[in-house]
Design a protein around this ligand. Structure first.
Ligand code: ZN
Length: 424
């Protein structure tokens, strides 16, 4: 009940009343309406050979085995969205652990062992993410990045306030942060993008699909320019309110060499990419030969070499391996010992080979004064002056420009599941 009071308090009275009608409209009274929406959602994704990720509450999966079997047969990927739809930050470590275990057991029973998690209400903290790792999860997608700075001009003051309140509960990261997977210990955290369908349709009252398509298209354009990972959140029960907008995004993504992937595929790729190593061999005549080892899907990018045209992300050129060149410099970043320690984590995440500076001659040198500038560089297109060849491993497999994941939390299949969430 505490959950219900908390959720209701994020809305005005008129808003809450509207919400009741909207929920009735989306779910109807039985399972049929939801099933129709999610199956058509799946059909659309299949037409674009794209796999959506549906973070699902374990008790909902348990009660609806045939629907989920059908979705999985069509290529849907599931993640665990809690045992029940509760705020895990309100529960202690033991309760968290037992919920995680029970949820995993129900997914296993359904024949779908799961490695990924998304917290209900996107409410999480650093401890909860650590406890997920202890329970055996490999990835989470609950961090929030606000991609689009919306304008309050076109909606009422109460709607705007409503939007601000819900956004606050998500504790979004700074909108200047790059949206990329990152390691938290052994776990891969994949941030989810806002605004989602709930904010645009329910909170801000946008009904025109062209407006939704325009907002999400701008987000995809940013991803294409910067090479980021756009994780859309679209609740399947609202499918008929965003279907045409989603199709616009999928069509655009397909024509732009975007990697459309499930969260599971993204997490697996991030782990695979992290194991890739640069192998540098130097012959007596000074020719350096460079190969990547650890993944056949990794793309080697180079810059600062004469005679190449730049056709890769940023100012880099896509380079097949082995890559041969001669020159005195080492094509790696020499890090000044005065730099902070987390810059090395950033270098690794961005795929740059580096070492603490010693007597060698480097193509690029990183000084403490460069650090801040570097971290703000969303495109990861290393903007420091490069005196010689520099290489990196690109973020996405097979030189895809950026990444798009379509996700939709399944909190309930009937209106009763939806209401029951608040009593659990
Ligand atoms: Zn949810």
């Amino acid at each position: 009940m505490e959950q219900l009071v908390k959720r209701l308090s994020t809305r005005s009275f008129a808003n809450n009343l509207g919400r009741v009608f909207s929920i009735l409209y989306r779910y109807g009274l039985g399972k049929r309406r939801f099933s129709r929406s999610v199956i058509q959602f799946m059909d659309l994704m299949e037409r674009y050979q794209a796999k959506p990720t549906f973070p699902t509450t374990a008790v909902v999966l348990d009660k609806n085995p045939s629907l989920f079997q059908r979705l999985m047969k069509q290529g849907a990927v599931l993640a665990i969205h809690g045992l029940r739809h509760v705020d895990y930050t309100m529960m202690d470590r033991t309760q968290n652990a037992s919920h995680f275990q029970e949820a995993m057991a129900l997914f296993n029973k359904a024949g779908y062992p799961c490695e990924g998690f998304r917290f209900p209400y996107l409410r999480r903290d650093k401890h909860r993410i650590e406890w997920l790792a202890e329970a055996g999860f490999r990835w989470d997608s609950s961090e929030v990045i606000l991609w689009e700075n919306l304008s309050s001009r076109k909606c009422s003051r109460s709607r705007w306030k409503n939007f601000q309140t819900i956004l606050e509960t998500y504790q979004p990261m700074d909108s200047g942060s790059a949206s990329l997977p990152r390691f938290i210990g052994e776990m891969v955290e994949i941030p989810v993008a806002m605004p989602d369908d709930d904010i645009l349709i329910e909170r801000l009252g946008i009904r025109k699909q062209e407006v939704l398509a325009a907002v999400w298209s701008r987000m995809l354009e940013r991803a294409c320019q910067t090479g980021e990972c756009l994780v859309l959140q679209l609740h399947p029960e609202r499918y008929f309110q965003f279907n045409r907008a989603l199709e616009t995004i999928l069509r655009k993504a397909q024509s732009e060499n975007v990697w459309i992937a499930s969260l599971q595929e993204i997490a697996e790729w991030w782990i695979e990419r992290d194991s890739v190593q640069f192998i540098i061999r130097e012959s007596d005549s000074g020719i350096k030969e460079i190969c990547l080892e650890g993944s056949s899907r990794a793309t080697l990018l180079v810059k600062g070499t004469k005679g190449y045209t730049c056709d890769g992300p940023g100012n880099f050129t896509v380079q097949g391996t082995p890559w041969k060149f001669s020159g005195k410099e080492h094509p790696i970043v020499g890090i000044d010992p005065g730099c902070s320690q987390d810059i090395t984590a950033w270098m690794r995440q961005e795929g740059y080979p580096y070492e603490l500076m010693n007597h060698r001659q480097y193509s690029t040198v990183l000084l403490p004064s460069d650090e801040m500038k570097l971290k703000r560089d969303l495109s990861g297109d290393y903007s420091l002056p490069v005196q010689g060849p520099l290489m990196r491993i690109w973020r996405w497999p097979e030189n895809r420009k950026c990444c798009l994941a379509v996700t939709g939390d399944i909190d309930g299949v009937t209106i009763w599941d939806f209401i029951r969430r608040y009593h659990e």
